[in-house]
Design a binder for this molecule. Structure first.
Ligand code: TXE
Length: 505
């Protein structure tokens, strides 16, 4: 018998094999080795998971749990994440190529913080709000109730499996929904394991996981008549399919899609800070983050000086085995993705960009089977090139020259995407003015990735819609109901009814 660990589906509180009996290898992108075997679900498994989630939703106990009790449960989820941190970190590294540094210092603390934040948010969330009373004697009074949407289908991507999982599962649970989640079939192990762990505190059927690919499990979910809401993180291409499928049953839908984050460098900026910060912006998770700063728009007066600093700092970045704490940049998630990123670098050069540093596959001793790309800076990029317009999703920075602020703003906004944008300057008044004109869901001034678990995150334009994180994320998982009570018991005094009953005394 093989000693490769198996990862199953979790339906109605039980781990189970998929109806097809099929399992697929999970590959460690750092080495190319098989690190797990994960159940590949299909439409029949989705049906079962949805039925379990619907039954759990119909049991009033879960959806009507008082906020204080739900808050305690969300705290317990945070504690379970922390208690199992080492195992989850190991799985995150081996399935997705996350660096040890990132998984331990960013992902796990942020995941635990997110659950704790929701535990606080749920206590004060306005599940019931009274409308302001009218002058007395009032004929009727109205309240606004926020109710769980129902069964939520959550679909996540491979770049931050545990974070994306928590961004969706946390608020969906906080609002009282039940869940069927599909992780990316490329990185399912940490999400499956966390689902198993959370069963300890959740009633059966509340949280189900069905791993599988997009065309089988993804489509089965987005077209399923008994799923009420879909929340999706992934490519804009698939986001459009998801939105179209959701329309068939008018499912609620939240989409967190790609980005092409522009950073505007004003001539007064501290160039050392920009060089370090803009490389953090693009190289975090080897560039495989939707909010990465991938286009750097640099004023002509400081263009050459900044390029020199970028090249020098970029060369210092340590590419290596993600499990090594000294590693700053790990591998591309898959071999196919590695080739895609290398292809973009070639395309950039063919279109007239100049490689200032990097541009080649990176050699990592001991990880010869891995998929590594050298941190790469491309100069002389213009905004019409593919490397400036399309999401490369690798450690590749496109540097674009501009002359005036108006031109910089126009270039920044000249994109199908609108997820993140940034400004590097010492003039914070000017920064606020520019921030107002940038068409992006997050604007960062003099740093990047400044995401908080209690601040909203999401896109403008083709970067999607809806907001995740904090109490705003609970808004995405509730329906709004207006409830009005009439106090007047004398029919003749119900003023509006005179519109029909015109003969009333
Ligand atoms: O994404 P997909 P891929 C971008 C990034 C990357 C590119 C392609 O530019 O290079 O997308 O990555 C599921 N119905 N982002 O191909 O296919 C799939 O199984 C329902 C940005 O991996 O969009 C996985 O769970 N679901 C992004 C999820 O969609 C379907 C993160 C994402 O995979 C489906 C990832 C279907 N028909 C990629 N087809 C971000 N916003 O951070 C696939 N999926």
């Amino acid at each position: 018998m093989s000693d490769i660990p198996q990862y199953h589906l979790v339906i109605n509180g039980e781990s189970c094999a998929p109806a097809s009996g099929e399992y697929a290898d999970v590959i460690n992108p750092a080495t190319g080795e098989v690190v797990g075997s994960a159940a590949m679900g299909g439409a029949a498994d989705v049906d079962q998971a949805v039925a379990a989630a619907r039954a759990a939703f119909n049991q009033r106990e879960w959806r009507e749990m008082p906020p204080a009790e739900r808050s305690r449960l969300l705290y317990q989820c945070a504690q379970l994440v922390l208690a199992n941190a080492q195992e989850l970190i190991g799985l995150e590294i081996s399935c997705s190529g996350a660096t040890l540094n990132r998984a331990s210092n960013l992902d796990i603390p942020a995941v635990a913080d997110l659950w704790m934040n929701l535990a606080e948010a749920v206590k004060v969330y306005p599940f019931v709000e009274a409308q302001s009373p009218r002058p007395l004697p009032e004929q009727w009074h109205s309240q606004v109730w926020k109710e769980p949407v129902g069964v939520c289908g959550l679909i996540t991507a491979w770049n931050f499996p545990l974070l994306l999982y928590s961004w969706k599962v946390g608020p969906a649970l906080a609002a009282g929904n039940t869940i069927v989640i599909k992780p990316s079939e490329m990185t399912p192990t940490s999400s499956i394991r966390l689902t198993e762990i959370l069963q300890e505190v959740l009633p059966p059927g509340v949280l189900n996981i069905v791993n599988g690919d997009g065309p089988s499990v993804g489509d089965a979910m987005t077209l399923h008549p008994d799923i009420d809401k879909i929340s999706f993180t992934g490519s804009t291409r698939v986001g459009k399919i998801v939105q179209t499928n959701c329309a068939t049953t008018m499912k609620r839908c939240t989409l967190e899609l790609g980005g092409k984050g522009p950073g505007i460098v004003l001539p007064d900026a501290d160039l050392d800070m920009v060089a370090q910060g803009s490389l953090w912006a693009v190289y975090m998770n080897a560039g495989q983050a939707c909010e990465s700063g991938t286009r750097l728009l640099v004023h002509e007066d400081v263009y050459d000086e900044l390029l020199e600093k970028l090249a020098a700092r970029s060369a210092e970045v340590v590419v290596g085995n993600p499990a090594d704490p000294a590693t700053g940049v790990g591998p591309m998630s898959t071999e196919a993705h590695f080739h895609k990123v290398m292809g973009y670098i070639e395309t950039g050069v063919a279109e007239g960009a100049r490689i200032v540093c990097g541009g080649e596959p990176a050699e990592v001793p001991g990880c010869e089977g891995g998929f590594y790309v050298q941190p790469t800076v491309l100069a002389d990029v213009t905004n019409d090139m593919r490397v400036a317009r399309e999401e490369i999703f690798g450690p590749v920075l496109a540097v674009i020259r501009y002359r005036t602020e108006e031109e910089a703003l126009a270039l920044a906004n000249d994109s199908d995407y609108g997820l993140s944008a940034g400004i590097w300057t010492t003039d914070l008044i000017k920064a606020q003015r520019l921030a107002r004109d940038l068409r992006a869901g997050s604007v960062w001034i003099n740093d990047w990735h400044m995401m908080r678990t209690d601040a909203p995150f999401g896109g403008y334009k083709q970067s999607g819609y809806g907001r995740e994180l904090g109490r705003y994320s609970i808004d995405s998982y509730v329906e709004t109901k207006s409830v009005s009570m009439s106090f007047e018991r004398v029919p003749q005094k119900k003023a509006m009814q005179r519109i029909v009953h015109t003969k009333m005394a």
